[in-house]
Design a protein around this ligand. Structure first.
Ligand code: ADP
Ligand code: MG
Ligand code: MG
Length: 252
């Protein structure tokens, strides 16, 4: 699904990703943990193709297609979805319009017709129910005045509508109460599919009690310095990251 080789990227001429390797097969959930400032969000932003992030080496392929050559919209149309730690508000654009435009664009890339407004509204209402979000949120401006938990529910709903191939959730659990956390987890679990993969960036082992990953990786100093199964998350909770950072510095 996703193959990253020796990826190097800089922000404002400072190298943040320093040769990162990651291989994700269809259907797998990979958790990425690591200290603050390690480059976790940078990885998501580089994969999504955001401005400010300059790739200086290596490669990243989604289903064999070189992502790094494409603009962010093209990457989304290929099935890449990045859920942000801090979702943007777009006042004046209704949530329903926004969702429909993003779904239509992905459908068009797959050679499918746009859904008519009535069918889309029906679908969006059904998804609202699944994430326990009142239907009135479809009429409001995108994320405008939404609470942290409502933004997350909305984002998971967007993910359900888009049915991406690769979903990246960057600290999507930060600041969530236990109910919202469960909505995120249930949303991800309901989307688990042999043809869909996930990267879950999190600081908290707790989320991984609900979303059980196939692999856990530690990103420190711009590289993956350790990989393991879900038990690695428990070990990290107990021991922190410093033992791995030290090892990475000495070994690199
Ligand atoms: P993490 O998500 O692992 O906490 P980040 O990827 O957000 O780490 O940040 C890695 C480093 O890159 C930090 O030192 C951060 O300050 C820097 N950085 C990330 N994005 C930007 C940006 N847009 N402008 C300037 N510095 C950035
Ligand atoms: Mg951070
Ligand atoms: Mg981050």
């Amino acid at each position: 699904m996703l193959t990253i080789k020796d990826l190097k990227a800089s922000v404002e001429n400072k190298e943040i990703l320093k040769g990162l390797n990651l291989d994700i097969k269809p259907g797998e959930i990979h958790a990425i943990m690591g200290p603050n400032g390690a480059g976790k969000s940078t990885l998501g932003n580089v994969l999504a193709g955001r401005d400010d992030y300059e790739v200086t080496g290596g490669s990243a392929e989604l289903e064999g297609k070189n992502l790094l050559d494409l603009d962010p919209e093209e990457r989304a149309r290929l099935g890449l979805f990045l859920a942000f730690q801090y979702p943007v508000e777009i006042p004046g654009v209704s949530n329903l319009e926004f969702l429909k435009a993003s779904v239509d664009s992905v459908r068009a890339a797959q050679g499918k017709d746009a859904l008519d407004s009535v069918s889309f509204l029906k679908l969006a209402r059904a998804k609202c129910k699944l994430v326990d979000l009142d239907q009135s949120f479809l009429k409001r401006g995108v994320n405008e005045g939404f609470s942290g938990g409502e933004k997350k529910r909305n984002e998971i709903m967007q993910m359900m509508l888009l049915e991406p191939k690769l979903c990246i959730l960057d600290e999507t659990d930060s600041g969530l109460d236990i109910d919202a956390l469960q909505v995120v987890a249930e949303g991800v679990n309901s989307l688990r599919d042999p043809n869909r993969s996930f990267i879950i960036v999190t600081h908290y082992q707790r989320l991984l009690d609900y979303i059980v990953p196939d692999f856990v990786h530690v990103l420190a100093n711009g590289k993956i310095v350790k990989s393991g199964g879900k038990e690695l998350a428990l070990e990290l909770e107990e021991k922190g990251y410093s033992w791995l950072e030290d090892a990475a510095e000495n070994g690199a």
